[in-house]
Design a protein around this ligand. Sequence first.
Ligand code: ADP
Ligand code: MG
Length: 678
Amino acid sequence: MDDKETERAEVSLEPPKIQRLEESVVNRIAAGEVIQRPVSAVKELVENSLDANSTSINVVVKDGGLKLIQVSDDGHGIRYEDLAILCERHTTSKLSKYEDLQSIKSMGFRGEALASMTYVGHVTVTTITKGQLHGYRVSYRDGLMEQEPKPCAAVKGTQIMVENLFYNMIARKKTLQNSSDDYTKIVDLLSRLAIHHINVGFSCRKHGAARADVHSVTTSSRLDSIRTVYGVSVARSLMNIEASDNDPSTSVFKMDGFISDSNYVAKKATMVLFINDRLVECSALKRAIEIVYTATLPKASKPFIYMSIVLPSEHVDVNVHPTKREVSLLNQEIIVEKIQSAVELKLRQSNESVTYQEQTVASSPSSSLGTSKELQPKLLSPGSQSQKVPVHKMVRTDSSDPAGRLHAYLQTKPHKHLAENSSLTAVRSSVRQRRNPNETADLTSIQELIDDIDCNCHSGLQEIVRQCTYIGMADDVFALLQHKTHLYLANVVNLSKELMYQQVLQRFAHFNAIQLSDPAPLPELIVLALKEEDLDPESSENDDLKEKIAEVDWEEEKSCFQSIAAALGNFYALHPPLMPNPSGEGLVNYKKRKAFTNTENEGEPSNSTGDDVEMEDEIDHELVSEAEAAWAQREWSIQHVLFPAMRLFLKPPTSMATNGTFVQVATLEKLYKIFERC
Ligand code: ADP
Ligand code: MG
């Protein structure tokens, strides 16, 4: 060890000295957190204008907000005496003691926004209060006035200009200059604010541009406002939605809004959410709603959502995020579940009323908003673990509590089965007739096969399928279900195969068809397909057998249709993915196999033994993630597509009661007794 190294070693043993940061450094660091990008400055300024009871707010932006942000309003203005401390940190007219936060109605309360802007940009304020002959203009730097306010001409309200944002934060400015999408963000922000605050007119334009990119006028109709801001085609595909709860043991809230229907097709989902008039984000709610859309309207799975939720102010913690972008709610999970159910109900109703006009939906929103006693009220912080659990992974076991579970109201009560069935048949035939107006009766062979299904239906199993709660996959083919107090394992491959078989027959002759100009040589194609599966396509072994298989009896109508339906059923069944399940022990399948030769024996004739090939412990992560995605996708389809469809359509054949498709594994009463003894 030389001298230098000894020195370095000694130095590193000493603890570093703690120093007090200069106040200007502290302020600039804090400011960088409140004003993260130009759009955050715009949000703070516009919120101040809203707090000042403005009815008109105009925004001008230059260079994505880096050169200039100017917000002008017609609000109550700022008193001359307050101008001196206006931009100091923690000066506010909206809060005086901590408890006020409980009932705060204004957007701002931290008294930090304007101060922050002066630490990372140049701020100029022009303002006039009621009854004054002239206004005042003054500029600020680092929280302080640069000179005494100067009298000036002014129109009602306040205009705040922020210039050269981040002039003293080189790195931030560079990253923002490169991205240059802040103007889009600002337009997006103002569009959102405009459709909520319909008693305020908003405009937003680029500096020097004649046309405004957002322009809203005060109106009494939210839909009008959405039409003005987002366009006719959005407004045309919106449906009104409401949900509420007023039970302190579960949740207290009121929600109303607009959600898009099946005609709204977009690349990205838009979720405009206000909680107690604050524009906030709630990823749990967004995700919950998107899941419903994907399951119900797969073609319109990127919705437009506007929602305004109102809760008692003491149930909302507004002080959880420096930019106030998130809030935390009492009973957030329950509220999310209830809104999710309401959205699902609305979508199903609209879907049915569009496609099947005759159908009346039996269940009402209130029935699907059942209360859940086992969920205790708790305050959730937005970042907390429980919120991160994807909604579709949440496991419910109480089948009497439909809140939050998809397809909840598809469970029909036993005595309604008959009515439901006949209305479904009516629906089907009406759709059929609309699609094929000239076709009248079904083929007798198909009708016979359908009758077979009806006669062979096991009513006990049907009740289980309709009323069960899906718990999760127990292994590759068995799903765990709960019905009343019994747990069952159900073979999803058999079930989906049967469901598809029945669906093929039900919809026979009503699928989309392609007309071939020349008939395809089916027997030859089948032989080709069978050969394709062979390891050695050239071998003529078993050719006779293949030709036999290819000889389909096209003359016997009933058995021909039956075998085609069975083949289609098998094709569309939810078989396990081809890639082995990577979870648990299945991971072994993804170990990389690597061959290497013994280099020490170079030159000598290599004695080729099995030892040359070794299993490496390395895992092929790319394959694993591909396999994980395939398995997750299948499980999602099982829960959100297969089970809802089975509830509606499946008529389980009696054979399923004995062939291992359904296996009862436990009754909960007995399990509880065992636990009691433990
Ligand atoms: P906060 O909004 O949290 O109070 P700000 O720094 O955003 O903190 O604003 C400080 C104060 O300046 C506000 O409390 C308000 O009294 C006043 N103010 C800011 N902008 C305006 C405006 N556009 N019109 C009237 N008063 C304003
Ligand atoms: Mg403010």
